[in-house]
Design a protein around this ligand. Structure first.
Ligand code: CA
Length: 137
């Protein structure tokens, strides 16, 4: 159940196991999860739900994550954290250049993901007090 002050997180991931893992762990840490299993769905959900943070897998069935990051950046400033099994320097550079803010190589520890989400959260707070400022009052 979402609580007031929870941040909305759009998880773009086609692996059911990873979705289950994050669905069972993130809500306890103050995040409300929205899920998308394809790039097309991710762009639709990002446009309609306006999430605070986006977690993006690069290997999706319909589109490449780098292309999704580029398209997301045309209309949202939400921090994008890439979660990918691709660990090559080139993949990271491409994703970051396409508009991603951070990059986590799978498999990762939940504690590291949470730490990076806190960093993203601080960036949002530094940028605007609209959504988060109210939650802290
Ligand atoms: Ca995948």
């Amino acid at each position: 159940m979402a609580k007031a002050g929870d941040l909305q997180v759009l998880l773009v991931e086609d692996e059911a196991q990873m979705r289950r893992f994050l669905r069972s762990s993130l809500p306890a840490h103050g995040y409300e999860l929205i899920e998308a299993a394809t790039g097309r769905d991710a762009i639709t959900q990002a446009g309609t739900r306006n999430p605070d943070i986006i977690l993006l897998d690069l290997g999706l069935p319909d589109m490449d994550g780098v292309e999704i990051a580029k398209q997301l950046r045309t209309f949202t400033k939400a921090p994008i954290i890439v979660l990918s099994a691709r660990g090559q320097e080139r993949d990271k550079v491409d994703a970051l250049d396409a508009g991603a803010d951070d990059y986590l190589t799978k498999p990762f520890a939940l504690s590291e993901l949470l730490a990076r989400m806190r960093v993203a959260r601080r960036h949002i707070e530094g940028r605007s007090d609209e959504k988060i400022g109210r939650a802290h009052v």
